[in-house]
Each structure stands twice: as structure tokens, then as C-alpha cells.
Write a protein that binds this ligand. Sequence first.
Ligand SMILES: [Zn+2]
Ligand SMILES: [Zn+2]
Length: 255
Amino acid sequence: MIKKLVKAMGLRFCALVFPDKCLGCGKYIKKNTDNPLSVCFCHGCLGQTLPVFDHPFCPACGRGFESGPDHLCEACLKTPMVMERVRAAFIYKDLIQKALGLFKYQSKLSLARPLERHLFQAFATHFDMNRFHLVLPIPLHISKARKRGFNQSYLLVRNFSRLYKDACGRPAPWRIDIRCLARVRATVSQTGLDHTARKKNLARAFACPEPGLIKGKNILLVDDVFTTGSTCNAAAQTLVDAGAASVSVLVLARA
Ligand SMILES: [Zn+2]
Ligand SMILES: [Zn+2]
């Protein structure tokens, strides 16, 4: 009863705070579907099927295939990744690409909650949530965090523990601990850099200030977008070097 009341109040609160106009086309929105994104996008825009991340894909890096069964991709066969597996909620295109752009670069923070719900759904779908000890959002360098005012990856996992408790009826077995991984070097934008340049750009970008916290732990790294994977890879390498037992990656959207 109380739960329902709180939920109803929450929805009314959302209606007050969140924009009534569709972030996609500017039309007024009717919020009455089960899709969490319906607080930000109209029926018309949501009518396009969301590009859900689904089989077939490479069981390691999550690269999607047109058809056939899941199989290791050429790149993973040639050089196994540091990351155990990479999974996503969506493919990075269409409405999701637009939503992420609005969220990250235009500070449409009303998108954080609906996107986070989709991300949590993907976490439950693609992983055994109970095997993780730590959930770590990819950190931003302090200079970038100051400029943007928020860390988009942190906003995407902020309520994960509560979502887990609501879904499973018990406290989450993992912790979200932002002390575990730090971005110690400001890196230039990765856009337009080739593979070698990206790797060089990211070398020693991350550090584990308190290795005791991560030794022997199974870690889920979370980021908003996975394109070439060089950011997640550099972070995973740093964690493994510092003694993590395993590092998997969950992103909102994978290219
Ligand atoms: Zn629209
Ligand atoms: Zn692969």
C-alpha cells in the first residue's frame, strides 16, 4: 500500500520535474506506456523499435552478427580481451544514439532514470548478478567532471542497488564504490584517433588508489557507450593488474 502510494507520488513528481515535450520531436507526451523512456519520448518516436542488443553476438566482446549462432569473433580469437565479457542494453544507433547525445552533451538528466532502468534490465538479462562484488562506473577525469558537471556512467548505475532490492527482495550482493578506480590522466577526445593512438592516449589513464578494495573481486565496469572498447579495456587492464579476479563490462549502447 505504502509502496504504491510512494510510486504514485513519484510519478506525479516526475510529471512536475520532467519535460512534457518529446526530446525527439518536440510534441507533447502522454506518459502511459510501460517503456521507461516514455517520460522523455512520444509514442511516435518510441514507435520506432528500440535497437535492443540481442543474439547472435560474440560471447566475449559482444560484437553483433547478422545471422547464425553466437561465436567468437575474429578479433577475440586472435587476441583474447582482458575483459571477460561485454554486454549492452542497446545497439548504438537510432533513438538510443539520440537519447545518449541529449543526456551526455546537452545535460538532459531526466533521461538518466529511464536509461538506467534499461541498463539494469540488461544487467539482469546478460549476467549472473550475484557473482559480482563491485559495480564500478567508468570515472571521468576531474577536469572533465567539473566541465560537464556530472559523470554520465555514475548516473546510469546510481540506483542499481535499490533496483536489485526491488526486483529480488534482498540487498544487492555488490557495492558501488567509486574509490576503487580513478582517472588520473586527462586524455584527449578519442574521436578520430586510430587504434594505436587510442591505446597510447589511454595508457596509464586509470589507477586503483586502494588495491586492497579490489583484490580477488569480480568487477562489473559500467560505461555509457562502447565503440572501439579502448576506454573499458584500459580500465579493465588497470583493475586486473591491481589484482581483480575478473572484469566484465556492461554498457548502455554498443556500436
Ligand atoms: Zn517524439
Ligand atoms: Zn569478439
